[in-house]
Structures are given as structure tokens and as C-alpha cells.
Design a protein around this ligand. Structure first.
Ligand SMILES: [Zn+2]
Ligand SMILES: [Zn+2]
Ligand SMILES: [Zn+2]
Length: 128
């Protein structure tokens, strides 16, 4: 029991470290590939789900349907409802959190629980 718990914490810390060392968002597969130890995808998803529930991490569903994750330290004012824009580059496929935010409209009679804003184009690096 004790060892298992320690190992889980270690894996969580590794995922956190990987996400804090990247400039762009990462899919579960990207994170799995970046892990220094072998961890299966189910475990990665479990760790990410937990981080999302705790408000440490948020995600954006990109063009290919995959969720890309980012740490929440730059989420700004609205943390529950993320209103910043994500940019997906068509050339390098990098998806980045952008500082620009959108105003979430008041949808009469509807309760907004989550927002995802994705803008697709060509990033600065790929334009050169
Ligand atoms: Zn957040
Ligand atoms: Zn690019
Ligand atoms: Zn973001």
C-alpha cells in the first residue's frame, strides 16, 4: 500500500513537471512519451482527470478530437470557466494558450459550465 501510494505521487509529480516545462499544451500521448518512466495511458488520463478536477490543469479539444492539457497557473481571472484562446498551428500542430480572452455571452436559460476556444492558423515560428 505504502509503496503504491508513493509511486502514484511520483507519477503525478512527473506529469506536473512535464507540463510546467512546456510552452505548449500536450496530449496524453505527448505526456506519456515525455515521461522518464514507463506509465500506461490509462494512468496518465487518471492523473490528468484528477488535476482537472482539482483545478490544476485545464484542457482544450483540438482539431483531431484529442484533448490537449495545460497547467492552470496562467489562467487569469476566470479559472472555472476558461475564457482564454487556444491557438492550433496547422504546420507544427502545436497548441498554445494565448493571453487573449473572450467575453462569454450570457445565454439566457442556459448554465455555462465550461468553455473551449480554439483558433486555427499558422504560428509565429512556422511563418518564417
Ligand atoms: Zn485554470
Ligand atoms: Zn507552427
Ligand atoms: Zn489554456
Amino acid at each position: 500500500m505504502e509503496t503504491k501510494k508513493t509511486r502514484n505521487t511520483e507519477k503525478q509529480n512527473l506529469v506536473r513537471a512535464i507540463l510546467s516545462n512546456t510552452q505548449h499544451t500536450m496530449s496524453a500521448e505527448d505526456i506519456m512519451d515525455a515521461m522518464p518512466i514507463k506509465v500506461n495511458k490509462t494512468t496518465i488520463y487518471r492523473i490528468l482527470d484528477r488535476f482537472v478536477a482539482k483545478g490544476e490543469v485545464h484542457f482544450i479539444t483540438v482539431k483531431n478530437g484529442k484533448a490537449h492539457y495545460a497547467l492552470c497557473n496562467q489562467c487569469g481571472v476566470s479559472h472555472q470557466i476558461h475564457n482564454h484562446i487556444h491557438f492550433e498551428c496547422q504546420v507544427c500542430n502545436e497548441v498554445t494558450c494565448q493571453p487573449n480572452t473572450l467575453l462569454i455571452p450570457d445565454l439566457e436559460g442556459f448554465t455555462v459550465k465550461e468553455t473551449q476556444f480554439l483558433v486555427i492558423g499558422i504560428c509565429n515560428k512556422c511563418k518564417k
